[in-house]
Design a protein around this ligand. Structure first.
Ligand code: ADP
Length: 168
């Protein structure tokens, strides 16, 4: 009997940018978790054809929140952002697939909910800038940096049998 192998080559946690094994870091922020949107957000990526290779809930400390948003540390809203991001559990995701960094940002919408089109996560579920539900890496560099930070234990390299129906 033949069986499709789930085994797959071992990859670094950040995958291979520019290939079908590109990876991004996505997070359902504390407001998304409180509002019961974990399943909806994950489902959008799963249904689109992307592969989930890392998934966990974690309650960030203020130190973790500050490290995650370190590039915004000079902004006036930084203290509030750190407090908010560490105010409850978040869901961390490592998602793999072709163009997933750019597509992930498109699926999230714009930083500002008002500029986010209906159909995007922020455009469907959020109103205020500081309660925009989700985070997604904005470049291959930030994806690698964030995945190393949030998944120091690594993720799961697995082969998805339907990929030949997703990719030509
Ligand atoms: P994104 O999350 O789209 O990558 P940024 O990295 O610029 O956007 O900002 C990180 C998060 O900080 C945003 O998602 C938003 O929740 C919050 N934020 C950004 N700008 C402001 C602002 N001017 N006032 C309050 N919160 C902000």
């Amino acid at each position: 009997a033949s069986q499709t192998s789930v085994q797959c080559e071992a990859l670094p946690v950040w995958g291979k940018a520019g290939t079908n094994q590109e990876r991004t870091f996505l997070a359902v922020k504390p407001d998304g978790v409180q509002r019961g949107l974990i399943g909806d957000i994950i489902a959008r990526f799963e249904k689109r054809g992307y592969k989930i290779v890392g998934l966990k809930m974690i309650w960030p400390t203020e130190e973790m929140a500050a490290a995650h948003y370190a590039d915004l540390s000079k902004k006036p809203f930084f203290p509030g952002l750190v407090k908010f991001f560490s105010s409850g559990p978040i869901v961390c995701l490592c998602i793999e697939g072709k163009d997933v960094i750019k597509q992930g940002r498109q699926m999230l919408g714009e930083t500002q909910p008002l500029a986010s089109k209906p159909g995007s996560i922020r455009g469907d579920y959020s109103i205020d800038l500081g309660r925009n539900i989700c985070h997604g890496s904005d470049s291959p560099e930030s994806a690698a940096h964030e995945l190393k930070m949030w998944f120091p234990e690594g993720v799961n390299d697995w082969n998805k049998a339907v990929d030949s129906w997703v990719y030509e």
